[in-house]
Ligand binder design. Structure first.
Ligand code: AMP
Length: 213
């Protein structure tokens, strides 16, 4: 069964997807991670994506859908967790088409629910390892004082799109484009809502229960 995890920026999709992937042995398909890797590698896709993502804007649907199509084919039937895709109704329609074309389906669309003021706090305090992507937070899980990642020895940084003015744009893009996906998946009988507030482990327990594990 393939699963979609969606919600506003800062809801904890990346953290929870990584934990689910480890627990359930599924593949993790995160468009944000794929774009960041392409940007880091300086590929043509990365150069294009950078223009949008550093400003907190969505990368155009045509580019994003093409990327996901490629990745789904590469997975050759391994079940996956979608994290950060789809983020628009046209992307959701494209996903439905892609899944059908490849004889796959979506078992559940899980919405991680977190109030706006908490999202802002989570995003401004977030720090990430530029090498392995491990996440820290200034208040709840502070990075080492020397900014050396305790998992891999990489450098812990603040994502450019986690700067306050860019966060505002990202949250607006979410409201305008991604929030309508709740109704989209509700009307298809696929929506499950999970409370994304509180401790990481507590959210994970609720998520597993919602997924029947
Ligand atoms: P994320 O790590 O999921 O917050 O994604 C970081 C950035 O990558 C977003 O702010 C967008 O610029 C871009 N991005 C990731 N996923 C998508 C998507 N499904 N559609 C368009 N842009 C995306």
């Amino acid at each position: 069964m393939n699963i979609l995890l969606f919600g506003p920026p800062g809801a904890g999709k990346g953290t929870q997807s990584a934990m689910l992937v480890e627990k359930l042995g599924m593949a993790h398909l995160s468009t944000g991670d794929l774009f960041r890797a392409a940007i880091k590698g300086g590929t043509p896709l990365g150069l294009e994506a950078k223009k949008y993502s550093e400003q907190g804007k969505l990368v155009p649907d045509s580019i994003t859908i093409g990327l996901v199509e490629e990745k789904i084919k590469d997975l050759k039937g391994v079940s996956f967790i979608l994290d950060g895709f789809p983020r628009t109704v046209p992307q959701a329609d494209a996903l439905a088409g892609l899944l059908e074309k490849n004889g796959l389906n979506l078992g559940q669309a899980v919405f991680l629910s977190v109030p706006f003021d908490l999202l802002f706090r989570r995003l401004t305090g977030r720090r990430v390892c530029s090498n392995c992507g491990n996440t820290y937070h200034l208040e709840t899980a502070p990075p080492p004082a020397n900014s050396v990642c305790e998992k891999c020895g990489g450098t812990v940084v603040q994502r450019k799109d986690d700067m306050p003015d860019v966060i505002k744009t990202r949250l607006e893009a979410y409201e305008a484009n991604t929030a309508p996906l709740k109704d989209y998946y509700r009307s298809r009988g696929l929506l499950t809502e999970v409370d994304g507030t509180g401790e990481v482990q507590g959210v994970f327990e609720r998520l597993k229960t919602a997924l029947g594990h």
